[in-house]
Design a protein around this ligand. Sequence first.
Ligand code: 6GU
Length: 222
Amino acid sequence: MKIDIITLFPHMFDGVFEESILKRAITSRKVEINFYNFRDDSKDPHHKVDDTPYGGGAGMVLMAQPIFDCVEKLRTEQSKVILLTPSGIVYKQKVAYDLSKEKHLILICGHYEGFDERIRTLADMEVSIGDYVLTGGEIPAMVLVDSITRLLPGVINERSHIEDSFNENYLLDYPTYTKPRNFKGMKVPEVLISGDHKKIEEFRYQESVKRTKERRPDLWNK
Ligand code: 6GU
């Protein structure tokens, strides 16, 4: 998969994709990530990318021209263009699954106080990562890249995501333990040491159900 990220602040991504699983996914060419600073596409002599809003009001608004030119340069038949904005659909694991099947994603990071409404016409989809306000779309773009990359074939072992929280079955993870068996008086449940795989499976399922009912009744009711 190829992911192009359109941002005024490519350095915000420094380091994020240079460790652990994402680094390995890039090195092994499961995913290719490129950055484009749309300031370079501005036709303004001073490379301006924003201006004051018509009708007045506080703050600056991203202009349509630089982002349009940047997207139009990158876009092909195979591209899916995603605009990161608090007004988008709320991001869920199901969306990550669907997007992990795409060939080419173009992520547009808004910033400052907003963007010209006409930029919306470029997008196939608008995504928000939750009901809170961030300073820009960069951190949401990182969230999308991380959650999508780990679903690509061969990036992590398949079992890990079959059992994940927020998968189709909508159960939270069961508790897990490792050595030692007794840590500060907190003991590992006996069943996990029993070697009885059928019982262990049943225990884990029941714990997932219990945890989901207690912590996320909204998910359980689905
Ligand atoms: Cl995608 N952008 C901004 N600025 N804030 C957000 C968001 C996106 N998702 C949640 N909050």
